[in-house]
Write a protein that binds this ligand. Structure first.
Ligand code: ADE
Length: 364
């Protein structure tokens, strides 16, 4: 084995963080952790990982949840198609593979949401098979180590470094440790700014370090400016009930719940006037608050206005609690949801912020 690989593995054994998914070879836990870690950093990912494995200790238990329960566990992480794919992949592992994760690359990659990175991670971490899982950390380390100036988001970059890494991985005879070590190095030493080259086990063979050109790598392509969109929400409240609807399948935040919404073309703020056409009774509501929210997604900047409207009691109407919302009928797909039941509905981050604002407006 080349000395540098020995040095890398020794460094890992001495210095690596103890992370729960490193203490198991259960492919279910490895897969789950990797899907979560594609979405968030280790510190936050850990909480979600524990939440998932406490609720579902194996893939069968995850497969048997309702999709809404999976979305609820994922709530706050964003990119909710990952959660839906997680659920579908669990069902496929159960239905097609009898609850046992496959080892073959093509079978793994046929699972929803499992691409090149995740399939290689499962092969290396769960089955200790020769494979390299190239995430952002590994890209940064490799671009500096080998001095590769292809932008790291291009597929040529990974194609260029894969054979080098694979050769080292095979030489190491410990694909699990080799891959974890590269990820750990990227996270703790070979950081985007101020890399700690003095502590790095690769420093004697690292192109960027030897040339003192750490800041020239990795090469990043300029990102496009995110598209800006404007939304107007109406948080309608009536006697402990909120008007909500479930977002359609085809759009962002698919199958998550939120307040009624309209997308507006520009800066024009039409207030709640345009809602009157759909819900004539809203006219008798009292506006309790209005707030602007800015919410950043990867490719979109959302500017949202949230109007909070309280519907009053109609004089003379005496209805039982189950029937009271009939005073203000909503049209499909909107529905009244009791505040105490909201916990059961998966919602996105922006909705969490608006919900908090709306509740404060109503209680003050
Ligand atoms: N990021 C992605 N995969 C990881 C892992 N296995 N350990 C730590 N950070 C990671």
């Amino acid at each position: 084995m080349e000395r540098v690989i020995q040095t890398l593995l020794t460094w890992y054994n001495l210095r690596a963080r103890n992370l729960p998914w490193r203490e198991t070879s259960d492919p279910y836990r490895i897969w789950l952790s990797e899907v979560i870690l594609q979405q968030t950093r280790v510190a936050q990912g850990m909480d979600y990982y524990h939440k998932f494995v406490e609720k579902c200790k194996n893939v069968n238990e995850l497969a048997s949840l309702d999709e809404a329960e999976v979305l609820k566990l994922w709530q706050g992480l964003g990119y909710y198609s990952r959660a839906r794919n997680l659920h579908k992949a669990a069902q496929k592992v159960v239905d097609v593979f009898g609850g046992q994760f496959p080892k073959e690359l093509d079978e793994l990659q046929n699972l929803p949401g499992v691409g090149e990175y995740t399939s290689n991670a499962i092969r290396a971490f769960a089955f200790n098979l020769p494979a390299v899982a190239i995430d952002g950390n590994v890209k940064r380390v490799s671009s500096r180590w080998f001095g590769v100036d292809i932008p790291i988001n291009k597929s040529e970059f990974s194609r260029e470094i894969y054979p080098w890494l694979m050769k080292y991985c095979e030489e190491s005879e410990q694909p699990n440790l080799f891959n974890q070590a590269l990820i750990e190095l990227g996270a703790m030493v070979c950081t985007p700014t101020n890399p700690k080259c003095g502590e790095c086990p690769l420093n004697e063979s690292c192109f960027a370090n030897l040339q003192k050109r750490q800041n020239d790598f990795p090469v990043l392509e300029k990102k496009k400016k995110p598209l800006e969109v404007r939304y107007q929400y109406v948080a309608l409240h009536f006697r402990g009930n909120w008007a909500m609807y479930c977002r359609p399948d085809t759009e962002i935040w698919a199958k998550l719940y939120e307040f009624p919404l309209q997308v507006v073309a520009s800066e024009t703020d039409t207030g709640i006037d345009s809602w009157l056409e759909n819900l004539p009774w809203i006219e008798s509501g009292i506006i309790k608050g209005r707030k602007e929210f800015k919410h950043q997604l990867t490719h979109r900047t959302i500017r949202a206005t949230c109007w909070v409207v309280e519907m009053g009691d109609k004089r003379g109407e005496r209805l039982s609690p189950e029937n009271e919302t009939k005073l203000y009928p909503l049209m499909e797909p909107y529905q009244w949801v009791r505040e105490v039941d909201m916990e059961l509905f998966p919602i996105h981050r922006l909705m969490e912020k608006m919900m908090k604002f709306a509740k404060d407006c109503i209680s003050s």
